[in-house]
Design a protein around this ligand. Sequence first.
Ligand code: ATP
Length: 405
Amino acid sequence: MSHSPSLPDRPTLNLDPDMPVEERLAALRNHFLDVSRVHDELTAQLETARDRQSELREEVTDLQAENEALKTSSLYLATVEELTDDQVLLKQHGNNQEVLTDVSPRLYERLEAGDRVAINDSFAIQTVLDAETDARAQAMEISEKPDVVYEDIGGLETQIQEVREAVEDPLTNPEKFSEVGIDPPTGVLLYGPPGTGKTMLAKAVANRTDATFIKMAGSELVQKFIGEGARLVRDLFEMAEEREPAIIFIDEIDAIASKRTESKTSGDAEVQRTMMQLLSEMDGFDQRGDISIIAATNRFDMLDRAILRPGRFDRLIEVPEPDAEGREQILKIHTRGMMLASEIDLASIAADTEGFSGAELESLATEAGMFAIRDGRTEVTRADFGSALEKIENDESPGTPIAFY
Ligand SMILES: Nc1ncnc2c1ncn2[C@@H]1O[C@H](COP(=O)(O)OP(=O)(O)OP(=O)(O)O)[C@@H](O)[C@H]1O
């Protein structure tokens, strides 16, 4: 939309010195009138521009306020039920509570019944969710081809083998299963401590099978999108169907599938609904074709056993902390691109890092590299790894159960 109206023509004055005085005077008078008219026109245009400027300023202030509000708090989702003269009737998702709320004129103009909006604790509308900001897009991470390959994963040969059998084979050689007359596993659950490579395994199998990788974090389902969990789970499976072959990866599944707690708060009911939706999606799963589902958890002990029944997450794969050999392989992977001094023996660093996860070993290598940079070197030495170990040890809060030798 353009707001620059065309400028009036500049008045011209032709004075012939041979003209009689009266004619020249008349020409000058006309010119004066022309100039005054142009002046009035320009003044009017200036005023319009000023009005527009202050409108835009107001819009910026509104947007800044919206932006601040969005940054500061958790938001709840609601649907616009009805627009009254100057208020909006909303129905909050999750608890179906109906509220009448005031909105700024700018927002009011944008709203229609049926719109989904994010509201704060005092039911003020913070934003209207359109196609791009829809929770569905925000809650899921979709990647056509994740860039992790099996060779990037250290110390998990058995787990890689198991994941290949349980996920890769059903996608690439489904006849193997039909010939033997068995159903491939429905869901695979990877469990083990944080940072040990569970997400990497899921990404690598998606890379290998050219499947779309769709990740959703269980905690986000119930914390960030309050009232939306069940719908997002439904969307997740729909999205996978649209993009098959696909691998659905639900990280932190314990957030939606924990054993029931004693308390009966509305939060629990919401988590429960999300889990029920997941179970019903999985139960209707075998007609879905080329979709695999992998979940991960650090809290196997907390899981509701209902999700482990046959036909649900019926293949469990433990992804443990790496042993010394695993740590050496992981260090090898994460120092691949580094120039290591010849004195460095990764096996001995592996021996010194008992209790480290893959993610921690990766930070160790990065820290060692940082020490070399600080010292103006491109080659990384054994001493850099020593300093990195010390730094990580000091950064750990007291009582963190990581053993250093
Ligand atoms: N076995 C491994 N081999 C190589 N790198 C690893 C390994 N495990 C972890 N890493 C490194 O740590 C990072 C985090 O790993 P990943 O996200 O796969 O862990 P996770 O088990 O899914 O953790 P969380 O349970 O916290 O989600 C990886 O990007 C990788 O750089």
